[in-house]
Design a protein around this ligand. Structure first.
Ligand SMILES: Cc1cc2nc3c(=O)[nH]c(=O)nc-3n(C[C@H](O)[C@H](O)[C@H](O)COP(=O)(O)O)c2cc1C
Length: 494
């Protein structure tokens, strides 16, 4: 079953489908719990919440579900979040808003004192201890990640580039969300500018999968089973879906926002700083375009967000989509206005049927996308010098006939020494030769003359297993073998 991946197993959910957490009060406990109760991972965006509210949110979700759920925080970006906004700049920003403010009868918005500090938020979250902590906009400190683990909870980081994924892995997070530029809401880029970090989901996911060992969750532009199947084919072991859940009845998005999702109007989205001062993707509308005409008059985050908030709230009350921040990803026009549990079950059924359909075209492929498979077989590392210093075992292997069998379907294949040598001579090993080709393996133990057990950690996506024991296509220093069991049964020489 495609749903059993390292992501679903790590978090303990039936399906590796994460509901994207929403900041800006678009999250609700009802949505998170509905998704978790349906077998996915519900999420709640707690950015901007006071510490006591964070504890309350966790309690509210706990009351509604016994299953795992995630709470998300924004890691502060030093020098940005705390940057002083000069009074004149704020005045210019307000002047650009003036025509809209007047329309709603709103007095001049003022900049509030600073919001709740991150360290207080994380302390509150640690006290509340949800099953999953999710982060965006940066790398949580190692001490925080360690503390989360000590409590038996899991941590998720969000990367928009390969470098960010590598940094998150180094910090010890359990799972990384690869957030493509297709995604709705704010860009979480933190190592370099957003402009230099705009990589679409289709391009980003396989590159991050190649670069790190931790399981990857694909985010951005996924709204149905086709998108989930595609993400799994790219090597992701789960998906994080935002916009499609934003359109559900349980989401906290304003009605005027929700009713626009799933319509042709939602086909045109842009990344803009207009609403909050930080880059985010949303459906193009009047307010966005008007403010973007004067980009220099948009102040930094969070000041711009504070200045536009009264207007956005008034527009929500008035049901006027033209003056809202219509956060949405690039596949927003495919969103469906249904309940969250129904969406989860539609996503699961669609994914299964898309993969089954794809499977019919791959008669000899016994693997299922999304799963890193345990494969039993000969591993061509024998030929790649990885047995260096282990000549005794090497000699034994070379003087043997290997019996290969696939843990996928139990198919058995015997490969003689001559066939091995032929494969060595004709590198790379021929397709479907029965030889798995790898670059690296963790250990090989020859337990007795008849049996050798090789253990490798392997993050190679199963589509590279062309047949049940076809070779693994691994360019030099490309694919990493990170963690799965290979077993090689070596029979004595005949
Ligand atoms: C309204 C909205 C608010 C969001 N807020 C957050 C947030 O606070 N933290 C976060 O990690 N991701 C946030 N996201 C991103 C989503 O969690 C998810 O990764 C993204 O929406 C996936 O792309 P999609 O919208 O194309 O499905 C937000 C997305 C939207 C649409």
């Amino acid at each position: 079953m495609w749903a059993s991946t390292r992501v679903s197993r790590t978090i303990g959910v039936a399906y590796p489908i994460l509901q994207g957490p929403f900041g800006g009060r678009h999250s609700t406990a009802a949505l998170a719990a509905a998704v978790s109760n349906a077998g996915g991972l519900g999420g709640f965006g707690a950015v901007g919440l006071e510490p006591e509210d964070i504890e309350q949110v966790v309690a509210d979700i706990r009351e509604r579900t016994r299953n795992a759920f995630a709470v998300n925080l924004w890691v502060p970006i030093a020098g940005q979040d705390d940057a002083e906004v000069p009074a004149q700049a704020a005045e210019r920003a307000v002047a650009r808003l003036r025509p809209f403010l007047t329309e709603y009868g709103i007095a001049t918005p003022s900049l509030p004192a600073t919001g709740p500090p991150f360290h207080q938020q994380i302390e509150a979250l640690l006290r509340a201890s949800p099953p999953v902590f999710s982060f965006v906009m940066g790398v949580p400190e190692r001490a925080i990640v360690d503390e989360i683990r000590r409590r038996g909870a899991k941590s998720i980081g969000t990367a928009t580039t390969v470098d960010e994924a590598v940094a998150l892995q180094a910090a010890g997070v359990d799972i990384i969300v690869a957030s493509g530029s297709d995604a709705g809401g704010h860009r979480g880029s933190f190592l370099t500018s957003v402009d230099r970090s705009l990589v679409g989901t289709m391009s980003l996911v396989p590159q991050i999968v190649d670069a790190v060992d931790v399981p990857i969750v694909a985010a951005g532009g996924i709204v149905d089973g086709r998108g989930i199947a595609a993400a799994l084919a790219l090597g992701a072991e789960g998906v994080q879906i935002g916009t499609a859940f934003l359109a559900t009845s349980e989401s906290g998005a304003p009605a005027a926002h929700k009713s626009l999702l799933g319509t042709p109007r939602a086909r045109t989205t842009r990344i803009t700083r207009a609403f909050t001062g930080r880059h985010a993707r949303g459906v193009e509308n009047t307010l966005m375009l008007a403010l973007e005409e004067h980009p220099d008059d948009i102040v930094s985050y969070p000041a711009q967000s504070d200045l536009t908030l009264p207007l956005r709230r008034a527009a929500a009350r008035a049901g006027r989509a033209e003056h809202l921040a219509l956060w949405a990803g690039q596949a927003a026009a495919l969103a469906r206005p249904i309940g969250a549990a129904d969406l989860v079950s539609a996503l699961v059924n669609e994914t299964t049927s898309v993969l089954e359909r794809a499977g019919r075209h791959r008669a000899h492929d016994h693997t299922r996308p999304g799963e890193t498979r345990a494969i039993t077989g000969v591993i061509q590392l024998y030929f790649d010098g990885l047995y260096e210093g282990d000549t005794e075992k090497l000699a034994r292997a070379f003087h043997s006939t290997a019996r290969l069998y696939s843990l996928n379907d139990g198919a058995v294949q015997e490969v003689t020494r001559d066939a091995w040598l032929a494969a060595v001579a004709g590198r790379p090993a021929p397709k479907a030769s029965g030889l798995a080709r790898t670059d690296r393996i963790v250990s090989i133990e020859v337990t007795d003359d008849a049996l050798a057990t090789a253990t490798a950690e392997c993050s190679i996506h199963p589509r590279y297993f062309v047949d049940h024991l076809a070779f693994l296509k691994i360019p030099e220093h490309g694919w990493q073998i990170v963690a799965k069991a290979f077993r090689t049964e070596v029979m004595p020489a005949v």
